[in-house]
Design a binder for this molecule. Sequence first.
Ligand SMILES: *[C@@H]1O[C@H](CO)[C@@H](O)[C@H](O)[C@H]1NC(C)=O
Ligand SMILES: *[C@@H]1O[C@H](CO)[C@@H](O)[C@H](O)[C@H]1NC(C)=O
Length: 455
Amino acid sequence: MAICSTKFVFLLFLLSAIPIAYLISLELATPPTHVYHYHSSGWFRECAKWDHLNSRFLVSFLDGGVAQLSLPKGGDHSTVTVLEELTVIKDVDLVGNGSLGIVVDHQRNRLLVVSADVIGNKYGALAAYDLSTWQRLFLTHLSGPTIPIAYLISLELATPPTHVYHYHSSGWFRECAKWDHLNSRFLVSFLEGGVAQLSLPKGGDHSTVTVLEELTVIKDVDLVGNGSLGIVVDHQRNRLLVVSADVIGNKYGALAAYDLSTWQRLFLTHLSGPSDGKSFADDVAVDAEGNAYVTDAQGGKLWKVGVDGKFLSIIKNPLFTPKEWYKNLVGLNGIVYHPDGYLIVIHTFSGNLFKIDLASGEEVKLVKVVGGPLTFGDGLELVSPTKLVVAGTTARLVESSDGWETASVAATFSGPKHRLATSATVKDGKVYLSHLLGMGYPRKKHAIVEAVFSA
Ligand SMILES: *[C@@H]1O[C@H](CO)[C@@H](O)[C@H](O)[C@H]1NC(C)=O
Ligand SMILES: *[C@@H]1O[C@H](CO)[C@@H](O)[C@H](O)[C@H]1NC(C)=O
C-alpha cells in the first residue's frame, strides 16, 4: 500500500492546467442537487460546515484561514446566486499551515479548526475560536500524522477489490495506457512527454502485489516541453500513434508514429502552432486504412492525418461547440474507430457522444444516449462492436444495438477516485482504467485498475 504524500496536490498546480480541469470536473460531477457556489480568494477549500444558528457556511482554506458565507436574508437561495466569501480567521502565527477539518461547537459558541503543515507534514495543531468575535480561545500543538495524509490513505485503502496493475514510475502524471496484446505489455504516455512500456512477467501470471517497472521507450528531444497524451496501437502497421501537445500554453499540437519493435519515429505531423489559436491535441484513433483522427479539446475540431503522416484535413461541425462557454473548457476528447467504418467521439464537458460516418462524407450525428449525457467522459474504448467504455471518475459502460444511432448507459464503475481515471483499455476481454495521478514515497506508484461494471 502506498504511503501518500500531499506534495502531489501542489505539483498538480505547478505543472498543468489539465489536472485543474479534472479537479473542476470532480467538483462539477456532484449529482444535480442544489448547489451553493461561492466566489473565493483561493483555489483550495478543504472543509465546509453549516452554522444554522448564524445562517452561514464556514469554510476552511487549505492555504490557511476560515471564511464565512452568509446566505441572503430571507433564506431563499437559487443555485445561480453566488455567495461571497468573507475571511474571518487568518492567524499570522500559523502562516505556512493549512486549515483542514473544522467543527462547529454550538454549545460553547466556538469553532474548532485543525491546522497543519500540508506540504512538509511537520506541524499539526488544533485551535478554537469564538463564533461571534472570532477571537482565538486556544491553540494546542498536536503531534502524529496530519489529517490530509490520513485522508489520502483512507481513499487509497477504499479502492474496490478488483485486479490492479501497479507500476513504479518516474513521474506523477500518466495520461493514457493501452494494452499491446502482441507484445504482452501496457504502453503508457507521460503528461510531461514520453512513452513507457510495462512488460508483464513471463508466464503471464500476475498478482496484485507485484509492482511492474516502467521502461521509457520514447523521449523525443525535439518535443521537450510538450506532453504525450492519447495513444493508439496500430498493430496492422506495427506502430504506435502518439498525440503530442503543449499542455500548458495550448500553442502546439502534433501526431507522431513510432515503430513498435524499434521505437524509431516514422513521422511527426504538425497539427497546430502558435498562430493557429488555442488548441489541445488530445486523443487519437486509427481507421482501417491507417488514417488517424486527432481530437482538439480546445478548438472543437478533429485533425485527419494520412497513413504516411501527411496532414489531410480538419473535420468541423457546429455540434462540436456547445453554446455555454464553460462546456468548452474541455471539448472533444476520447475517440475510437468502429470496425463498421465510423468514429465515436466524446465531448467531455457537455457529455455529448458523436458518431462520425466516414463512408458518408464524415457526417456528424449526435448519439442519443439513454442515461446520458456522459458528462466528464474522457478516454474511450470499444469492448465489442456494441459495447463502449467511457473512462472517467465514474466509468460508464454504454451499449448500442442500432449501430450507434442510439445507445444507453448499461452499467458503471468507480475506482480510486483520488487517482483520476483518464483512459480505458481492454486486456483479455477485461476493461482496465488507467489513472492520471501517481502516489507513494519514496517511489511513485501508478495504478491500472480493472473495471468491473455493475448496473
Ligand atoms: C506552522 O505553524 C507553526 C506554529 O506557528 C510554525 O512553527 C510553522 O513554521 C508553520 N509551518 C509552516 C510550514 O510554515
Ligand atoms: C513543443 O514542441 C515544438 C516542436 O519542437 C516546440 O516548437 C515547442 O516549443 C514545444 N512546446 C513547448 C511548450 O516547449
